[in-house]
Ligand binder design. Structure first.
Ligand code: AMP
Length: 210
C-alpha cells in the first residue's frame, strides 16, 4: 500500500502512520523525522533547514522532494510506504505523482485527519511535556509561536491538497478527535472499504486484510 497522511500539526499523523506501518509491514516515512535526523548530523543544507523548522516554516520543496524520492526508491519501500508529513505543497504533490507515474505506480489512498484547531495547541503542549518527562529532547517547534506559523502554512499551502486528492478520488477524511485506538480502527476500516481489486493487491496487503 502507498499511503499519504494529511492533517494539521498535532493531528496525530505520526502516531497513526506508525500504527498503520506496523500493521501493513511497510515503512513510515516522516519528512520531519528525516529532516531532524539530517540536521542533527549538521550538514550545511540541513542546518539552514533546522532554522526554518524551529520557526515553524516549511523547508524548500527541492530539498524535501529529493529526500522523499530517494527514500521511496529504496528496496525497503518496494511493497509500499506511508508518507507522514509529505507532500505539504502542491509542487511536492505533483513531483510525487510524476515520480510514481514514471515507475508505473500510484497512491492507494490519502488519509486526512480532521481535528479542530482549538485542540492543537493543547496537544502540542502535552507532547512537549511528555517528551520532557521521559527525558527526550523537546522539539524546537513545539511551542505556541512556532505552532502559529505551522498552522498558517498548513492552511495556505497544505490544506489545498485535500481538494487535489479529492479530485483524484483518493481522499479519505477521518475524524481525528476521537481516542487513538478508535482513529486507527476507522483508518483501517477506510482502507478495507476502498481496497483495490484482489488482482492488483500485493500478497502483503491481501494478508493484512483477510
Ligand atoms: P513534522 O515533524 O511533520 O511536524 O515537520 C516538522 C517540520 O519539518 C515542519 O514544520 C517543516 O519545517 C519541516 N517539514 C517536514 N515535512 C516537510 C515538507 N514536506 N515540506 C517542507 N517542510 C517540511
Amino acid at each position: 500500500m502507498r499511503l499519504v497522511m494529511l492533517g494539521p500539526p498535532g493531528a496525530g499523523k505520526g502516531t497513526q502512520a506508525a500504527r498503520l506501518a506496523e500493521r501493513l509491514g511497510v515503512p513510515q516515512l516522516s519528512t520531519g523525522d528525516i529532516l531532524r535526523a539530517a540536521a542533527a548530523k549538521g550538514s550545511p543544507v540541513s542546518l539552514a533547514a533546522r532554522d526554518l523548522m524551529a520557526r515553524g516554516e516549511l523547508v524548500g520543496d527541492d530539498i524535501v522532494v529529493n529526500c522523499v524520492l530517494e527514500c521511496i526508491a529504496e528496496p525497503g519501500a518496494a511493497s509500499g510506504f506511508i508518507l507522514d508529513g509529505f507532500p505539504r505543497t502542491l509542487r511536492q504533490a505533483r513531483a510525487l505523482d510524476e515520480a510514481l507515474e514514471k515507475a508505473h505506480l500510484g497512491l492507494d489512498a490519502v488519509l486526512e485527519l480532521k481535528v479542530d484547531e482549538s485542540v492543537l495547541l493543547d496537544r502540542i503542549i502535552y507532547r512537549a511535556r511528555e517528551a520532557k518527562a521521559a527525558g527526550l529532547p523537546v522539539r524546537a517547534d513545539d511551542n505556541p509561536e512556532a505552532l502559529k506559523v505551522r498552522l498558517e502554512s498548513y492552511r495556505t499551502q497544505t490544506q489545498p491538497l485535500a481538494d487535489y486528492y479529492r479530485t483524484a478520488g483518493l481522499l479519505r477524511t477521518i475524524n481525528g478527535l476521537r481516542p487513538v485506538d478508535e482513529v486507527t480502527s476507522s483508518l483501517v476500516a477506510e482502507l478495507r472499504l476502498h481496497r483495490k481489486p484482489e488482482s492488483e493487491q500485493t500478497s502483503l496487503s491481501r494478508a493484512e486484510f483477510e
